[in-house]
Design a protein around this ligand. Structure first.
Ligand code: PEP
Ligand code: MG
Length: 599
């Protein structure tokens, strides 16, 4: 489509967070916050009535959350923990009892009491050092919002009741709102705020509905009933397009669908280059429940099991038994295929949405991942015990995230040895040859890679963080997203240094950042000598297709050419030309770029 086919003011561009093209009617929904307009004192004889009004609102809220949970579409059943956590907040004494006490003692209305309780809770959260946990204040606010709405009797639109085929247009959608969507009806959504790493975005992908966030003024420009084209591949929204544009997008839609199914048909073929080099393509997962899907996408194993989500799902730190059960099942289901379990990588930006405000001054540089585990050895030990015990049931290896130098490796290995001794003493089985590796995702680890390689069995390159720390660009900040460049020559040089160090030391090497799932990166990573990739399972079919259309000689030539270029822009342009030749059907796809940028 050319620029002149639609007027400028009829087109918006945002952040594509879930791919696909749809054409449909707009439905504006108001998810704005309730304002507390009235704060008043209650007469003595009406206090009990006020308490009862508050309790009724709590009950209604509880019922709404339970209904929402029951109605969760299958694709997002495993995200039900978001709603569980909301129910728990609702029942928490810091909220419930404290508000009731305020109504009774201070004789104030329920809304006012709730507001005061929120302020107290916020003060407690402010003091929590852990950026992730403190940022969960958003969930508390979400719940309070629901109670307030029920107190005011203001029934906001139930998204689950939308029964037309529409595209939702909202200023913001919370993850809970998203789970409410009736996906048989709702075709997709667009929002003014938010970005690719939010829970909402992840849910949209799991639901496989196209979505664009961060459009800034969508609710200002779109009217109810407008015809919209939502291109979740590019981030474009076209309002009331003319017939020519509609036909153009319908064709695009058909091409996209045909291309997707042609790729999916070959997903189970081995990842062999044209000249017969066997490449290992594995999947990154967050939950046990994803294991089945991983196989469908053609993964040969799990190259990265991000274990933090089990910890985020529950309020308490999960115990060794719970972790063991989870890891054992993953290992057993996939056995004899390999599973790489990463030790806890909590903290920093982990899974926070654009709207989360972290309480650490520099969360990405703070107490996260291995730093947190070495600071909290009991939590670390219990996870290590669970991983080691599960290794008796399948083909498990494990690795530590965010290693910045040798001392952390020495300290972590010491704890591993102690845990093994404990298990030996208790007569508990584990794989005595279990492989232990580290993630290379901080530039200091790149520089020290030759030294580190002597102490571990394998490296796994985490490009998401390597780009963040190597280029000094926050991976979740939309204002500097344009600088988050996987093709920056500095990034490619760092990867080359790590590959060489692993090869010289004869240890294993894989790459598990989002670059692994970016088709533009595949030729140069192969050319660099990376032959073990782990990626978002949905990217596997496409990456296998690229691998199957290249020879190693071509890949090496691509890498040599690219190393002669000096800017990310030149590298990207060259690679785009190459991949377009290999796969003419591939649409330029900002969603894929975004995946790389968003991590
Ligand atoms: C990475 O940093 O590239 C990585 C794979 O880990 P995460 O995205 O979980 O930080
Ligand atoms: Mg990382």
């Amino acid at each position: 489509m050319t620029k002149d086919t639609v007027q400028d003011d009829a087109r918006l561009t945002g952040i594509p967070v879930s791919p696909g093209i749809i054409i449909g009617k707009a439905r504006l929904v108001d998810r704005s916050r309730v304002k507390i307009l009235y704060q008043y004192l209650i007469d003595d004889d009406r206090i009990n009535e006020e308490v009862q009004r508050f309790k009724n609102a709590l009950e209604t809220t509880e019922r709404q959350l339970a209904t929402l949970k029951n109605r969760l579409p299958d694709q997002v059943k495993d995200h039900g923990f978001i709603l569980d956590s909301h129910s728990m907040i609702l029942r928490d004494s810091m909220l419930r009892d404290a508000a009731i006490r305020k109504i009774l003692d201070e004789k104030i209305n329920a809304e006012w009491a709730l507001k005061k309780s929120l302020e107290e809770i916020r003060r407690v959260f402010d003091q929590i050092d852990d950026g992730y946990i403190s940022s969960r204040i958003d969930d508390v606010e979400n719940v309070i919002e629901r109670i307030l709405r029920n107190l005011s009797g203001d029934r906001r639109e139930d998204l689950g009741e939308i029964s037309e085929r529409v595209i939702i247009v909202a200023h913001d959608l919370s993850p809970a709102d998203t789970t409410e969507l009736n996906i048989r009806r709702v075709m997709g959504f667009i929002t003014d705020v938010g970005g690719p790493t939010s829970h909402t975005a992840i849910l949209a992908q799991a639901l496989e509905i196209p979505a664009i966030m961060g459009l800034e003024k969508a609710t200002g420009m779109v009217r109810d009933g407008d015809l919209l084209i939502l291109d979740g591949n590019t981030g474009e929204v076209i309002i009331n397009p003319d017939d020519r544009v509609i036909i153009h997008y319908q064709e695009k839609q058909l091409r996209h669908d045909a291309y997707k199914s042609s790729i999916a048909r070959t997903s189970h073929l081995p990842a062999l280059t044209v000249d017969g080099h066997r490449i290992s393509v594995q999947a990154n997962i967050e939950f046990l429940e994803e294991v089945a899907a991983v196989r469908d996408y053609g993964a040969e194993g799990i190259g990265l099991y991000r274990t933090e989500f089990l910890y985020l799902r529950s309020r308490e730190v999960p115990g060794e038994e719970e972790l063991f059960e989870d890891y054992r099942q993953v290992a057993e289901i996939l056995s004899p295929a390999p599973v790489t379990i990463r030790s806890l990588d909590l903290g920093g930006d982990k899974f926070s949405s654009q709207t989360d405000v972290s309480r650490e001054m520099n969360p990405a540089l703070g107490l996260r991942a291995i730093r947190f585990c070495l600071r909290e050895p009991e939590i670390f030990r219990s996870q290590l015990r669970a991983i080691l015990r599960a290794s008796a049931f399948g083909n498990i290896r494990f690795m530590f995230p965010m290693i910045s130098g040798l001392q952390e490796v020495i300290d972590a290995k010491k704890i591993v040895s102690e845990v093994k001794e404990e298990l030996d003493a208790e007569g508990i089985e584990y794989d005595p040859d279990i492989k232990m590796g580290i993630m290379i995702e901080i530039p200091s680890a790149v520089t020290m890679a030759d030294v580190l390689a002597r102490h571990v069995d394998f490296f796994s390159i985490g490009t998401n963080d390597l780009i963040q720390y190597g280029l000094g660009v926050d991976r979740i900040n939309e204002h500097v997203a344009y600088m988050y460049q996987p093709f920056h020559p500095a990034v490619l040089r760092m990867i080359r240094q790590v590959v060489r160090a692993a090869r010289d030391a004869g240890i294993g090497l894989s790459l598990c950042g989002e670059m692994a799932g970016d088709p533009l990166c595949t030729p140069i990573l192969l050319g660099l000598g990376v032959d073990d990739f782990s990626m978002n399972p949905r990217a596997i079919p496409l990456i296998k297709t690229i691998i199957r259309s290249l020879t190693m000689e071509e890949a090496r030539a691509d890498f040599e050419t690219v190393m002669g270029l000096s800017t990310a822009r030149e590298v990207r342009a060259y690679l785009w030309g190459r991949v377009k030749k290999l796969l003419p059907e591939l649409e330029r796809n900002r969603f894929l770029d975004q995946k790389v940028a968003g991590g």
